[in-house]
Design a protein around this ligand. Structure first.
Ligand code: SF4
Length: 346
């Protein structure tokens, strides 16, 4: 089987009903579709609420855009000094060399930019300008390759990018954001891993995974190859209605990541991307779910719950409401809901 890319292929593979074809064709005119063989195999076709299907199989609900949704929900464009670079925080930049992904997630925060109709791959001149910007800005300590999914590039292209970064002294950390170890684990071979490393730089790989079933034996082996090679792995997940909005599911996901030697990093509140309101919870619901993880799972498994403030103002931590203050005295809530004065009142 190859990657499924058209509504007709989804019908032929039993992922949408034939009577739904016309509606999904309208979705496909606007948003890209791709379901890798590994993810198509993982979908339970007998379950209409399958959490893997909900992430990748398009629905006509995507045609409904709500007033608060926006094409650039986290404000990348406002912080893009040259094409391919987003410089939102002083010491780090995003380098978006490619806008293609091995799968197209239905809730994607960059869904207007990725895909065959999206921004494509940076042409050589634009890439030169992006590297010149990084070289000229000595405050840039970390370069985050994202997109799109940078691990769709060939090992040769990835190696060229790494060698160019290796030549810039002030860049110390290179971080790749990717879904490849989960959705195309067979890609993670020796040549790809070698291409992610460069002399004098530390490589991090942040894996995007949202449901514990994504950590299949093949995905765990791909991650083990990366970690065994000395690459540090982190995770990022999106809190999604119908997919992982349950304490047991989130706990199982975070435990599966830690068992795979991946430190849970961010749990994102879903962004205001067009046609994604069916995936969004309220902040209060999200906060209650994250509060439910305290005590339930090890500190090793706790992600940081964050919201990208619309407009490009960066990430804000949405902390559980555990501390209140009145008249100089604090009240702290424990994970069972018990309240304690701080400092203790004898
Ligand atoms: S892999 Fe990332 S960038 Fe690509 S569609 Fe999914 S969320 Fe969007």
């Amino acid at each position: 089987m190859s990657t499924l890319r058209t509504p007709r292929e989804l019908v032929d593979n039993g992922l949408i009903a034939p009577e739904g074809l016309a509606g999904i064709e309208r979705v496909a005119e606007r948003y890209a579709i791709a379901i890798s063989p590994a993810m198509a195999d993982l979908i339970d076709k007998a379950d209409p609420s399958d959490p893997i299907a909900l992430q990748f199989v398009p629905q006509t609900a995507e045609l409904a855009t709500t007033p608060e949704e926006r094409e650039d929900p986290i404000g990348d464009l406002a912080h893009s000094p040259v094409e391919g670079i987003v410089h939102r925080y002083p010491d780090r930049v995003l380098l978006k060399a490619v806008h293609v992904c091995p799968v197209y997630c239905r809730f994607c925060f960059r869904r207007e930019m990725v895909g065959p109709q999206g921004l494509g791959t940076l042409i050589p001149d634009a890439l030169d300008r992006a590297f010149a910007y990084i070289a000229e800005h000595s405050e840039i300590w970390e370069v985050i390759l994202t997109g799109g999914d940078p691990l769709v590039l060939s090992p040769r292209r990835l190696s060229e990018l790494m060698q160019r970064l290796a030549a810039i002294d002030h860049v110390k950390i290179v971080r790749f954001h990717t879904r490849v170890p989960v959705v195309e684990p067979e890609r993670v071979d020796e040549s790809l891993i070698a291409a992610l490393k460069a002399s004098g730089k530390t490589t991090y790989v942040a894996l995007h995974a949202n449901h514990p079933r994504e950590l299949t034996p093949a995905a765990r082996k791909a991650c083990a190859r990366l970690v065994d090679s000395g690459i540090v792995m982190l995770s990022q997940s999106v809190l999604l209605k119908g997919i992982n909005d349950h304490p047991e599911t989130l706990a199982a996901l975070m435990r599966a990541l830690v068992e795979t030697r991946i430190k849970p990093y961010y749990l994102h509140h879903p962004d205001l991307a067009p046609g994604t309101s069916h995936f969004r919870l309220s902040l209060e619901e999200g906060r209650a779910l994250v509060a439910g993880l305290r005590g339930r799972i090890s500190g090793l498994c706790q992600p940081t719950y964050v919201l990208d403030i619309p407009g490009g103002y960066g990430k804000a931590v949405i902390a559980p409401d555990t501390v209140s203050e009145r008249g100089g005295c604090y009240t702290i809530s424990d994970f069972r809901g018990g309240e304690h004065a701080y400092p203790p009142q004898e």
